[in-house]
Design a protein around this ligand. Structure first.
Ligand code: PMP
Length: 974
C-alpha cells in the first residue's frame, strides 16, 4: 500500500478526522427553497460523516433526501458518485437507486458558500421509500440473500466504470484496513477489546496481503449494508431492491463490496458466521468470485468489522453528541465477535465448500499403522443407525455402551466415523444447531493397546493424557492416552498406550490448521472437516463414505409427482422420529408440533412390535376369519354412542369419508350432499367434491359438481357472523337445507368436521350440529361426522369431536390417529344404515381390516388408554392454550388462539380490526421456527394459522419450548 501518495480525492490517512458538517434543519429548509424551489420540512437523519435531511412536503410526500457532503470531499468525487448512481439505475432496472435530482439550474450538485469552511456541496437525492433492514432484529436467509443480490448487481453494473473521482483513500477501503486499525486503535479504550481487534486485524491481513495482487479491482460502492440497501415490504417478507448513499464509492478490490455487505448480517439477532452464506451465494450467482476472492473474503470481512469498531470509537471521541455513532457500537461489537468466533481458515473453508470450490484432500500414506488390531468394528452413530431404536438415542453414555457390547461380541477395536453427525449428542429441545459432527474419531481398544508413530516425525506436545505427533506435514493428536514419547520418533515407535475399554480420541490435521473442537455444528462442519483428515487412515482402515443427501430433493422432483408438495423450501432430511420429536440426518432434534397422525408419538415401540409380530404371523384380508378384525371392530364400536355399532375398515381418511358419503347415498337413495365451506375431506373423487378449502384447491368453490351444496363456513372468528352472532350460522344452514328439501333435492347427507379442524381447530358455534343434523334428518338425510383429524382423544375433554357439540351423527369417518401413522381408516354407523349398503353390491377393501391393520389399531387403542394420552391432551393442551393466550397479549399479530386440548390454532392477523390474514408472515414464522428447532406449519383458507397439533404424548417442557420459541420469533422478527 502507498498511503502517502497524492490522490485526486480525499485521503483518510493524511486527514483522519472527519466530523460531520454542522447544518441545522432550518438551514436545510432554506437551501431546499432557494435552490430546489420546494417548501418542505427538513428532518435530520443519521450519518457518520455527511449531514442528511429528509425533505417532506406539506402533503407528507417525501421530495428527496438533502445531502450536504463533508467538506473534505471535492466536486470530482461527488460527480463520480452521481454518475455511478445513474449508471446502476440504467444497467439494473430492477433496482431503485438514489440518483441526484436537478436543482433550479438543472444541475445535480449545488455548491453553496458560507455554510461550512469552503464550498458546501449539496445534492437532493431520490427518496426510496420502504426503509432498510437495519431496523430488523433478525435477518432471514431470504433477506440476507436479497442483500447479496443487490451487492452483486451493483458490482456487475460498476465493473467497467472509471472516473478520476474514484482516486481517493477512504478508511472503509479494506486495502488500507490494517493501516486504519493501527491508526485508530488507541480510541478503543478497553484493553481486552483493543488486543482482540489488533490480533484479528493482523491475522486477517496476513491472509489478505499474499492475495492482494490477484484480487481484481473496480469501482465499488463500499457501503452496501443493511443501512444503505432499501427494501420493498411484502407483508413481513422484505425484498432488498434499493441502493442509497454513494459517499464511499472508490476504486478497490471488487470482493470488498461483498465482504462489507456480508459482514452486516452478523450484527443481527440470532445470526452466526454461517448466516452470511446466503449473501455470498446470491452475490456469487450474479458476480462469480474467483478462487483468490473466495480465499480473501472472510479475512476481509473480519478486517471490516475491526475497521468499523475503531472508526466508531474514533468518531465517538470526535463527535460525542452524534447519537448515530454511539448507537451503532453494540451491533458492531457483535459483528466483530461473530466474525472472529470461528478461525478465519475454517470460515474460508466453509465459504469455499459452499461455493463448490472445495478440493478433495490428498491421500495419506502411512508407513506403519497407528494400531494393529484385528476385527475392527465401526460404530454407526448416524441418525439412521439401528442403535438408536426405541428412543435409545437419548441414552447417556450410549457410545460407551455400544462399544462395550461390540467388544463383548468379539471386536478387537471399536471406531467411530469422522464427520458423521451423531444424533445421540443432540439435545431434545434446543434453539441452536447442536455440535454433533466429530472432527476426529474415537477408538475403543478391547485390550490395553500400544499406538505407534505412523511416520518418522517428532512429538510436539504432550500432557498427562494427550500427545501430538508431527510428521509428513500432519499433526496427529491422541487424547485419553498415556504417552512416554518425546522428541524425534521413528515410524513404528511406540507413541502412546491406550487403556483397555476406554475411548481414545484421534484427530489428524495438516500442520498449521487450527486445532479443531471435538464436535462442531452441521453448518461449520464443511469448514472443520476440510481442515482435518480422517484418522481412520492411520489405522489402515478405508474411509466411510458419507451418504449424499444434497441431491435428495432433485431426485424427489424427478421421480415423485411434484403436486405432492413438501414442507419448507429447504427441508431437513428427517429419517427418524421419537415421541414428539423428529430427527434429521444432520443430527438435529426438532420438536414436532404438527403430526397429529402419530397420536402416540413417533416410532412407538409397541406399535412397531405389534406390526413386526403380526407380519411374521399373518396378513390376509377381512374375507378370512380371524380374531383381530372382530376385536378391533368391537373395540371401535364401544367408543361410540348408540346406535353407532357397525364398522367398515379402510385405509385412509379419504376412503373413510368417501365411503361415508356412499353409505348415505345408498341408505337414502338420494344423491345430494351438503358440506360446509372451507373444509377438507380427502382426495378421492367423492371427498374432493365436498372439499371446498381454497388452501387445498384455489378453484374449489367454482368447480363443485351439481350434487354438492355448500353452507357458509361456520367460522366464528373471521366469517360472516362473528362472536355471539356465530349462532346464526346454524339457522342459516338449516334454512338452506329446508330449501333444498322444498325444491325436491333433499340431501342424502350433511358432512362436516365436528370441530373445525381445517379452520385451525375452531369449535363450532354452540348447538350448530344439533340444529343442522335435525334439519337434514327431517328431510330423510343422514349426518356424517368427519372425525379424521379431531377425534380419538385429541380434544382432551372428549374422545370424539361431536361430543363437544352434544350431538350424535349417523355415520362417523375416522383415520390418521387410528393407526398412529399406519394406513388405517374406519367408518362406523348403525346396523340399519350399514345393511342398506347391500343395495350397492358388497364392500371389500383388500388391506382395509387386514390382520396387520387390526392388530395395529388395537395396540393404538390400548396405548392411548394405558398412557393416559387423552388426559395428557387435556392437561398439556390446557397449559399450552393459556400460554399462547398470554403471548397474544404481547404480540398483536396473534389474532386469536383457537382450539381445545391438543388441537390448537394460532391465527395470525395484520390488523386486529380488519383481521387481514397475515399469510406471508405465517410462512416466514414457520421458516424461522424451523431454524430454531420447531416444526410447525400453516393451515386455514388463508394459511395464516399455526396448526398446533402435536403427538398427544407431548409434555409441558415441549409445550413451553414451542411457546418460548414462538415468543422469540415474534420478538426478534422473522
Ligand atoms: N378428513 C379430514 C378432516 C382431513 O383433515 C383429512 C386429511 N387431512 C382427510 C379427511 C383425508 O385423510 P387422508 O389423508 O388419510 O386420506
Amino acid at each position: 500500500m502507498t498511503p502517502d501518495r497524492r490522490t485526486v480525492g480525499f485521503n483518510f490517512l493524511a486527514e483522519p478526522e472527519l466530523p460531520a458538517p454542522q447544518v441545522s434543519e432550518k438551514q436545510a429548509e432554506q437551501i431546499l427553497l432557494e435552490h430546489y424551489g420546494i417548501q418542505v420540512h427538513a428532518k435530520s437523519l443519521g450519518s457518520q460523516q455527511d449531514r442528511n435531511f429528509t425533505a417532506t412536503a406539506a402533503d407528507h410526500t417525501v421530495a428527496g433526501v438533502l445531502k450536504i457532503a463533508n467538506p473534505a470531499f471535492n466536486a470530482t468525487e461527488l460527480d463520480a458518485q452521481d454518475l455511478a448512481a445513474e449508471l446502476i439505475a440504467a444497467a439494473e432496472p430492477g433496482l431503485r437507486v438514489a440518483v441526484p435530482l436537478p436543482n433550479l439550474a438543472g444541475e445535480k450538485c449545488t455548491a453553496i458558500t458560507g455554510l461550512v469552511q469552503g464550498p458546501a456541496y449539496v445534492r437532493l437525492l431520490r427518496y426510496l421509500p420502504g426503509g432498510t433492514l437495519i431496523q430488523s432484529d433478525y435477518l432471514s436467509p431470504t433477506a440476507a440473500a436479497g442483500l447479496g443480490e443487490v451487492a452483486g448487481k451493483v458490482s456487475r453494473a460498476l465493473a467497467g466504470f472509471t472516473h478520476p473521482g474514484l482516486d481517493r483513500i477512504l478508511q472503509w477501503d479494506l486495502r488500507y484496513g490494517a493501516d486504519v486499525v493501527t491508526q485508530l486503535i488507541s480510541h478503543v479504550l478497553d484493553p481486552v477489546r483493543r488486543a482482540a481487534i489488533e490480533t484479528a486485524a493482523d491475522q486477517a491481513w496476513s491472509r489478505i496481503a499474499p492475495l492482494a495482487d490477484d484480487l481484481p479491482r473496480q469501482a465499488v460502492h463500499l457501503d452496501l449494508t443493511d443501512a444503505n440497501v432499501v427494501v420493498s415490504q411484502d407483508h413481513g417478507r422484505v425484498h432488498a431492491d434499493g441502493v442509497i448513499d454513494f459517499g464511499d464509492l472508490t476504486d478497490t478490490w471488487a470482493v470488498a463490496e461483498l465482504a462489507i455487505t456480508a459482514s452486516c448480517v452478523l450484527g443481527h439477532a440470532g445470526s452466526d458466521p454461517a448466516s452470511v452464506l446466503p449473501v455470498i451465494r446470491a452475490f456469487n450467482d450474479i458476480r462469480p468470485l474467483s478462487a483468490a476472492e473466495a480465499e480473501a473474503l472472510w479475512p476481509l470481512l473480519v478486517l471490516r468489522t475491526a475497521v468499523l469498531i475503531v472508526s466508531g470509537a474514533q468518531q465517538a471521541a470526535l463527535d460525542p453528541d452524534n447519537d448515530y455513532v454511539t448507537e451503532q457500537s453494540d451491533g458492531e461489537w457483535r459483528m466483530f465477535e461473530q466474525a472472529t468466533s470461528v478461525p478465519i481458515d475454517v470460515m474460508t473453508a466453509v465459504v469455499r465448500a459452499d461455493l463448490g470450490l472445495g478440493e478433495s484432500p490428498d491421500a495419506i500414506e502411512v508407513t506403519k499403522p497407528l494400531g494393529g488390531a484385528t476385527s475392527v468394528v465401526t460404530l454407526d452413530l448416524s441418525t439412521t443407525s439401528d442403535a438408536y431404536d426405541d428412543g435409545r438415542w437419548l441414552t447417556t453414555d450410549l457410545e460407551d455402551e455400544l462399544a462395550r457390547t461390540a467388544v463383548q461380541d468379539g471386536a478387537g477395536l471399536v471406531v467411530t466415523v469422522h464427520g458423521q453427525p451423531r444424533l445421540n449428542r443432540a439435545p431434545k429441545l434446543g434453539q441452536d444447531s447442536p455440535a454433533v459432527v466429530p472432527t476426529g474419531i474415537d477408538i475403543w481398544p478391547a485390550t490395553g493397546t500400544e499406538l505407534f508413530a505412523p511416520w518418522d516425525g517428532e512429538v510436539v506436545n504432550t500432557s498427562t493424557d494427550a500427545v501430538t505427533f508431527r510428521g509428513r506435514g500432519y499433526d496427529v493428536t491422541l487424547s485419553g492416552v498415556h504417552s512416554p514419547a518425546s522428541g524425534s520418533v521413528r515410524a513404528g515407535d511406540m507413541l502412546a498406550k491406550a487403556p483397555a475399554g476406554q475411548w481414545v480420541r484421534a484427530s489428524l490435521r495438516p500442520v498449521g490448521a487450527p486445532e479443531p473442537p471435538a464436535f462442531t455444528t452441521a453448518e461449520l462442519a464443511p469448514g472443520w472437516l476440510a481442515l482435518t483428515r480422517d484418522p481412520r487412515t492411520l489405522l489402515g482402515l478405508p474411509p466411510v463414505d458419507a451418504p449424499n443427501s444434497a441431491d435428495l430433493l432433485s431426485r424427489r422432483d424427478a421421480s415423485f409427482a411434484q403436486v405432492q408438495e413438501h414442507y419448507y423450501q429447504l427441508p431437513p432430511q428427517i429419517e427418524r422420529g421419537w415421541r414428539n420429536y423428529l430427527l434429521s440426518t444432520s443430527g438435529r432434534c426438532y420438536l414436532d408440533m404438527v403430526n397429529n397422525v402419530t397420536v402416540l408419538g413417533h416410532a412407538h415401540p409397541r406399535v412397531a412390535d405389534t406390526a413386526a409380530r403380526q407380519l411374521r404371523k399373518l396378513n390376509t384380508n377381512s374375507r378370512f376369519n380371524y380374531e383381530a378384525v372382530v376385536e378391533f371392530s368391537e373395540r371401535l364400536a364401544a367408543t361410540l354412542p348408540d346406535p353407532l355399532d357397525t364398522v367398515f375398515l379402510v385405509n385412509s381418511g379419504s376412503e373413510a369419508s368417501d365411503l361415508a358419503i356412499r353409505l348415505a347415498t345408498a341408505a337414502t337413495g338420494r344423491r345430494d350432499v351438503v358440506a360446509v365451506r372451507e373444509a377438507y375431506h380427502g382426495w378421492t373423487y367423492g371427498t374432493d367434491a365436498v372439499s371446498t378449502s381454497i388452501a387445498d384447491n384455489p378453484n374449489a368453490l367454482a368447480t363443485r359438481p351439481d350434487w354438492v351444496h355448500t353452507v357458509e363456513s361456520p367460522n366464528s372468528f373471521r366469517g360472516k357472523y362473528r362472536g355471539v352472532d356465530a349462532l346464526r350460522y346454524g339457522a342459516e344452514a338449516v334454512r338452506q337445507i329446508e330449501k333444498l328439501i322444498a325444491d325436491g333435492r333433499a340431501p342424502a347427507a350433511f358432512i362436516c368436521e365436528s370441530v373445525y379442524g381445517n379452520a385451525g381447530g375452531m369449535a363450532l358455534p354452540d348447538g350448530y350440529l344439533q340444529q343442522v343434523y335435525a334439519a337434514v334428518r327431517a328431510g330423510g338425510g343422514l349426518a356424517v361426522s368427519d372425525e379424521v383429524q379431531v377425534g380419538y382423544g385429541r380434544l382432551g375433554e372428549w374422545f370424539w369431536g361431536f361430543q363437544q357439540q352434544d350431538a350424535v351423527p349417523d355415520i362417523v369417518s375416522i383415520a390418521k390417529s387410528t393407526g398412529n401413522g399406519y394406513p388405517l381408516g374406519a367408518v362406523i354407523t348403525s346396523r340399519e344404515v350399514a345393511d342398506r349398503f347391500s343395495s350397492q353390491g358388497y364392500f371389500f377393501s383388500s388391506t382395509g381390516g387386514s390382520p396387520l391393520s387390526c392388530a395395529i389399531g388395537l395396540t393404538v387403542l390400548d396405548v392411548l388408554a394405558q398412557e393416559g394420552l387423552q388426559q395428557n391432551a387435556s392437561r398439556v393442551g390446557g397449559h399450552l392454550k393459556s400460554r399462547l393466550e398470554a403471548l397474544q397479549q404481547r404480540h398483536p399479530i396473534i389474532g386469536t388462539v383457537h382450539g381445545i386440548g391438543l388441537y390448537l390454532g394460532v391465527e395470525m392477523v395484520r390488523d386486529a380490526e380488519t383481521l387481514e390474514p397475515a399469510t406471508e408472515e405465517t410462512a416466514a414464522i414457520c421458516d424461522r421456527m424451523l431454524e430454531l428447532g420447531v416444526i410447525i406449519q400453516p393451515t386455514g383458507d388463508h394459511l395464516n394459522i399455526l396448526k398446533t397439533k402435536p403427538p398427544l404424548c407431548i409434555d409441558i417442557e415441549g409445550a413451553d419450548f414451542y411457546v418460548d420459541t414462538l415468543d422469540r420469533v415474534l420478538t426478534e422478527g422473522f
